[in-house]
Design a protein around this ligand. Structure first.
Ligand code: ADP
Ligand code: ADP
Length: 223
């Protein structure tokens, strides 16, 4: 599902944030991307979501070479990827329902389908019944789950999460990881960037570690 081949990213100004990175994540796998702040985790996720382009090497998503995707087609490509941010980026003047519905509205889905899919997504994150609530009235963990519901509402085959538990306590963090596990069990590929080593060590998933832009270890407890 995700393949990096000799991929490097040098930002304007000369800093090489990723150096010759190689790995493959098969469809349906859940994996962690870890490393210190500045190691290149966000940059790697940005290359997958086409928020940045590599300066050398290639990125393939679902066997598609991203170099072949023109700027014009990027919005369509991104519909295949659910992205979850640390600060969840919810709209605070809209209800939970409207926040989760947004990607479907943008994609031009009919009203009945929007209703059905929003409910299915809220159900998966345990927030059915909160449709009419405003995000400000929810706890931090609930707000993050709304962000996850929005990311999965159009059933993307790939989920990317950038420090999704950064502001949560250990119990809530574990809950968020369980939700990701549920998605990986139905075939969704999940890549979670996190520097929360205590959390990552407690879970049996593959771990890709970046050190100053280089992939230093790639360990899978299942192997
Ligand atoms: P992480 O997510 O692991 O903290 P990042 O991918 O955000 O790491 O950053 C890796 C390195 O690239 C850092 O040194 C950062 O300062 C640098 N960097 C990130 N984005 C940019 C940018 N847009 N322009 C220049 N340098 C950047
Ligand atoms: P629908 O009724 O439209 O098929 P559901 O949300 O009820 O929608 O999902 C049906 C099945 O698809 C469930 O088993 C669900 O867990 C699974 N699923 C949910 N999200 C994804 C996804 N991103 N990719 C693949 N399967 C998914």
């Amino acid at each position: 599902m995700i393949r990096f081949t000799a991929t490097s990213k040098r930002y304007p100004g000369g800093y090489e944030a990723l150096s010759n990175v190689n790995f493959y994540i098969p469809a349906g796998q859940m994996a962690f991307l870890t490393g210190h702040s500045g190691a290149g985790k966000s940059t790697l996720l940005k290359l997958i979501a086409l928020l940045e382009r590599p300066s050398r090497g290639q990125v393939f998503i679902n066997n598609q070479n991203l170099a072949r995707i023109s700027r014009r087609r990027i919005p369509y490509f991104r519909r295949n990827i659910g992205i979850i941010f640390q600060d969840h980026q919810l709209l605070f003047d809209r209800t939970v329902f409207d926040n989760v519905a947004l990607p479907l509205i943008i994609a031009g889905q009919p009203r009945g389908e929007v209703d059905r899919r929003v409910r299915a997504a809220l159900d998966k994150v345990g927030l059915l019944g909160k449709e009419k609530a405003y995000p400000i009235t929810l706890s931090g963990g609930e707000q993050q789950r709304v962000g996850i519901a929005r990311a999965v509402v159009n059933k993307p085959p790939l989920l990317l999460a950038d420090e999704p538990t950064g502001n949560l306590d250990p119990t809530l963090s574990t809950e968020i990881m369980r939700i990701f596990e549920d998605f990986s069990q139905v075939g969704v590929t999940v890549l979670v960037a996190s520097h929360d080593l205590a959390l990552i060590s407690s879970l049996p998933y593959r771990r890709l570690t970046l050190e100053q832009g280089r992939l230093s270890t790639d360990s899978d407890p299942a192997e």
